[in-house]
Design a binder for this molecule. Structure first.
Ligand code: FAD
Length: 461
């Protein structure tokens, strides 16, 4: 049977766009459908506008820091609407870049929702389209905790379009987005309440790093409501623009805005997956093998909709590997091991490889930790800027299994450390590397004295 396309991609986000472009470059006839915005979550309501907000939030503190270096700079006022307009212009530009890249690659684009009619046929904005291979790259969508008054809370998407910056903000959730937005709004001058169920934010990250970040956030004056959940949200009796958030420890918070960052769910609803026979896993994500194959031979899924490692570079790597496999004569799988990642909190943290808690399940580990005040802040005196650098080293092989950093420039530094871990670097390789002085990064290659030995029984809770 002749199909309209060799490959059809549902979703023009990070993974889908890369997969479509590379496949077209290999000579395939490719179509892609996007129902909302080209570039997907990352470009429009994720990594990119979030990082611009992180940068916006840094300037106020820098103006104050400058005083320690002899400058007399007033902190001044932040013009939120002006910043949002500038951010929107940049996002519009990036959407155009995505559209152009697809057009130049010869991909046929559809600006509509795609749904399966049968395993090889899609309906897209009233048109029927057939394809030999189909890739599901529909991403994920925010999920709000089901509590009374949840409709009074926003989701992370909303924060990118607020007409005014809330003076008092409650953020429900302890994941990386929660922590990032807490730092952003605190940096811009809002009173921030971070509400999370665990004793520490950032479950899944190295325990010592989580602790050090929480200490910094507290020292900066953020309100951390740990070990609690919101029981309900209500309108303020006096002013309807305000919200009252009731917590399980009976605390009641009066705020101007509430957001819930209580998880994301894979975008599978109303895709018609049942008509294609595509199976989901127990968590409701599209079930795939290491090669992004679903249970249906010619249907694949990449990125957040598979809920493997929900990061843009991972979605891109999966899409690229799949296109090379199907049309480039280079069968390969995207690696999910030693993926460096960062949390753009203030200060940021970044990590690659295993946490101490994960590593000790493999055997005894040599742990190297250093904590310090970055040189800049010896003069600024700013609170909540303590840095922490940590290496988790397998005692037997001396291979570095995990590298972790909390501190300014952590994300920029960790990218290079990620190469070392991917190459299997040992502690001796780190020790033989000459440091760049004076930097924070040099601590990674100058930690000579082991802080402790960690074994399973001593694992942190
Ligand atoms: P997406 O980029 O979400 O793309 C899916 C696309 O499919 C969407 O555009 C959607 O409109 C479209 N779609 C859905 N259903 C259909 C349909 N039926 N028909 C047509 N189109 C459809 N990752 C990082 O690496 N670094 C970060 O700093 C970072 N920060 C983040 C901050 C926030 C607030 C959020 C929410 C996420 C962040 N992420 C970050 C995660 C990152 O955005 C995602 O991992 C990435 O976008 C996943 O790419 P994807 O291609 O799987 O899905």
């Amino acid at each position: 049977m002749a199909y309209d396309f060799d490959l059809f991609v549902i979703g023009g986000g990070s993974g889908g766009t890369r997969c479509a472009r590379i496949a077209a470059g290999h000579g395939a006839r490719v179509g892609v459908a996007e129902e909302r915005f080209w570039g997907g979550t990352c470009v429009n309501v994720g990594c990119v506008p979030k990082k611009l907000m992180v940068q916006a939030a840094e300037y106020g503190a820098w103006a104050e820091d400058a005083r320690g270096f002899g400058w007399d700079m007033p902190r001044g006022h932040h013009d939120w609407p002006r910043f949002i307009a500038a951010k929107d212009r940049e996002i519009d530009r990036l959407q155009g870049v995505y559209r152009t890249l697809l057009g130049k690659a010869g991909v046929t684009t559809f600006e509509a929702r795609a749904t399966f009619l049968d395993p090889h046929t899609l309906e897209i904005g009233g048109k029927r389209v057939t394809a030999a291979n189909i890739v599901i790259a529909t991403g994920s969508t925010p999920h709000k905790a089901d509590i009374p008054g949840a409709e009074l809370a926003g989701i992370t998407d909303d924060l990118f379009y607020l007409p005014q910056r809330p003076a008092r903000l409650a953020i429900v959730g302890g994941g990386y987005s929660a922590v990032e937005f807490a730092s952003i709004f605190a940096g811009l001058g809002s009173e921030v309440h971070l509400i999370y169920r665990q004793p520490l934010p950032l479950r899944g990250f190295d325990h010592e790093l989580r602790q050090a970040l929480a200490e910094n956030l507290l020292a900066q004056g953020l309100h951390l409501h740990r070990g609690v959940i919101p029981t309900h949200i209500a309108l303020d009796g006096v002013c309807d623009a305000q919200r009252r958030v009731h917590l399980s420890d009976t605390t009641e918070l009066a705020v101007d805005y509430v957001i819930m960052t209580t998880g994301r769910i894979p975008n599978v609803a109303s895709l018609g997956l049942d008509r294609a026979g595509v199976a989901l896993n127990a968590q409701g994500a599209v079930a795939v093998d290491a090669g992004s194959r679903t249970n249906v031979a010619h249907v694949y899924a990449i990125g957040d909709v598979t809920d493997r490692l929900n990061l843009t570079p991972v979605a891109i790597a999966e899409g690229h590997a799949l296109a090379d496999t199907l049309f480039g004569g280079q069968p390969r799988e995207a690696s999910h091991e030693n993926v460096p990642t960062a949390v753009f909190s203030s200060p940021p943290l970044a990590t690659v490889g295993l946490t101490e808690e994960e590593a000790i399940r493999r055997g005894p580990m040599d742990i190297y930790v250093t904590r310090f005040t970055p040189m800049r802040h010896t003069l600024t005196g700013r609170h909540g800027r303590r840095a922490l650098i940590k290496l988790v080293v397998d005692q037997k092989s001396q291979k570095v299994l995990g590298a972790h950093m909390l501190g300014e420039d952590a994300a920029e530094i960790m990218q290079g450390i990620g190469i070392a871990l991917r190459m299997g670097a040992t502690k001796q390789d780190f020790d033989r590397t000459i440091g760049i002085h004076p930097t924070a990064a040099e601590e990674f290659v100058t930690m000579r004295t082991r802080t402790r030995v960690a074994a399973a029984a001593e694992a942190a809770e």
